[in-house]
Structures are given as structure tokens and as C-alpha cells.
Design a protein around this ligand. Structure first.
Ligand code: PRP
Ligand code: URA
Length: 209
């Protein structure tokens, strides 16, 4: 059974409501995506491994914890996942960043991969896949497949809004992936958009359409 976290924090809920508002413009939308990613990332990274190192304070030498192991890998799904990267980098500035390019066919809603570049030694890193929208789950399932084919093992997936259909698809296809969602919405509409959702995340982040 997959490990699923749906956030209940009032600040996350508040900011998601602002994101949903169609009157929220590009600049504020980008800022909100970044802030929500940071708040979610704080929780999603609570199991990062630590090791003790010696430091010398102005008072004495002591042993104190630092994050250990290979650096975290952040992997946004293009385009909309890019909006979340800066929020996670604010928490872990030394993280490596990979990219997976996927677009959903407008008619079939099936995802198509057009780019994949991951940090080296991916199998030794904690990986956080970022995409604000988990709709049918097709893009997320395929992105995790790609990462696993390249050796990725310890994978977390973070979306700001999920539909029940996408959550089910991802958790069934990849029960080992820890899934973090800012909110679980009601359903998908006939065009596979999340209801109530926030519309097209990529277009709202980049001001396209
Ligand atoms: C959106 C979104 C996800 C995907 C979710 O991207 O950012 O990647 O749809 O849908 P799914 O769960 O049904 O696969 P889109 O394909 O519109 O590409 P874009 O980010 O480049 O606009
Ligand atoms: N992609 C989006 O950007 N929004 C949705 O509601 C579904 C997929």
C-alpha cells in the first residue's frame, strides 16, 4: 500500500485557494506555487538521513547533525513542475536538478515523453518528482517509470492538487513511491481537467494560452 500524505496545514489550504482563483495573475500564481512547494517540501523531507560531524562553536567542539549521503535530486515534470523547483531549492540549495519533459495529448490525454535528463548516481539519491497537477496520473506514472528505468529507487512524488483517479493510478502503479498532495479534489471532467482544480497549471505559470 502506497504511502500517501494529503496536507491539512492551514497555510497550504489558504494558498491553494488563492491559486484556484481565476483572478490570480501570473506573478502571484508563480509565487504561490513556489511557497506551497516549500511548505510541502519541509514535511516531505523529514526523513532525510543525518550523520554527526564535529563542529567548533565559539564555546567548544561538539558533534552535531548534518544531512548525509548523496545530494537530493529534484525532478520537475515539464513544464508546470518547474514552478515548484525554487521552493524546494530554498530548503536544499545544493540539490541536483533533473528534468523530464512530458505533454498530454489534448484528445487522448495520453502523456508523451520528449526529454529526460537526470543527475548522475540517481540510484543513490532521494528523488522528489514535482508536478503541481496529478490528473489521470498518466504523466506521473510514466515519469516514475523513466526514473526507475535509469536506476532511481527512493522516489517521492509531490503534487499540489490531485484527482482521485490520478492518486489511484500512481499509487497502484508505484506502491513504493511516497506521494504528497496539497489537496485531493473531487474528480476529473470530460477533458480530464481536475474539478474544481485551478485550470491549466503550465499556462497559468508561464502566461501562455
Ligand atoms: C499537465 C500537468 C501534468 C499533467 C497532468 O501538463 O502539469 O504534467 O498535465 O495530467 P495527467 O495526470 O492526466 O497526466 P501538460 O501535459 O498540460 O503539459 P505542460 O505542463 O507542458 O502544459
Ligand atoms: N493539467 C493541468 O494543468 N490541469 C488539470 O486540471 C489537469 C491536467
Amino acid at each position: 500500500m502506497a504511502n500517501i500524505t494529503i496536507f491539512e496545514h492551514p497555510l497550504i489550504k489558504h494558498k491553494i485557494t488563492l491559486l484556484r482563483d481565476k483572478a490570480t495573475g501570473t506573478k502571484d500564481f508563480r509565487t504561490l506555487i513556489e511557497e506551497i512547494a516549500m511548505l510541502m517540501g519541509y514535511e516531505a523531507l523529514r526523513d532525510l538521513p543525518l550523520e554527526e560531524i564535529e563542529v567548533e562553536t565559539p564555546i567548544c567542539k561538539t558533534m552535531a547533525p548534518v544531512v548525509s549521503g548523496k545530494k537530493l535530486a529534484i525532478v520537475p515534470i515539464l513544464r508546470a513542475g518547474l514552478g515548484m523547483v525554487s521552493g524546494i531549492l530554498a530548503l536544499v540549495p545544493s540539490a541536483k536538478v533533473g528534468h523530464i519533459g512530458m505533454y498530454r495529448d489534448e484528445v487522448t490525454h495520453i502523456p508523451h515523453e520528449y526529454y529526460c535528463k537526470l543527475p548522475d548516481n540517481i540510484g543513490e539519491r532521494t528523488i522528489i518528482v514535482l508536478d503541481p497537477m496529478l490528473a489521470t496520473g498518466g504523466s506521473a506514472v510514466d515519469a516514475v517509470n523513466l526514473i526507475k528505468q535509469r536506476g532511481g529507487k527512493h522516489i517521492k512524488f509531490m503534487s499540489i492538487i490531485a484527482a482521485p483517479e490520478g492518486l489511484k493510478a500512481l499509487s497502484e502503479a508505484h506502491p513504493d513511491v511516497e506521494i504528497y498532495c496539497g489537496n485531493l479534489d473531487e474528480k476529473l471532467n470530460e477533458n480530464c481537467y481536475i474539478v474544481p482544480g485551478l485550470g491549466d497549471a503550465g499556462d497559468r505559470i508561464f502566461g501562455t494560452k
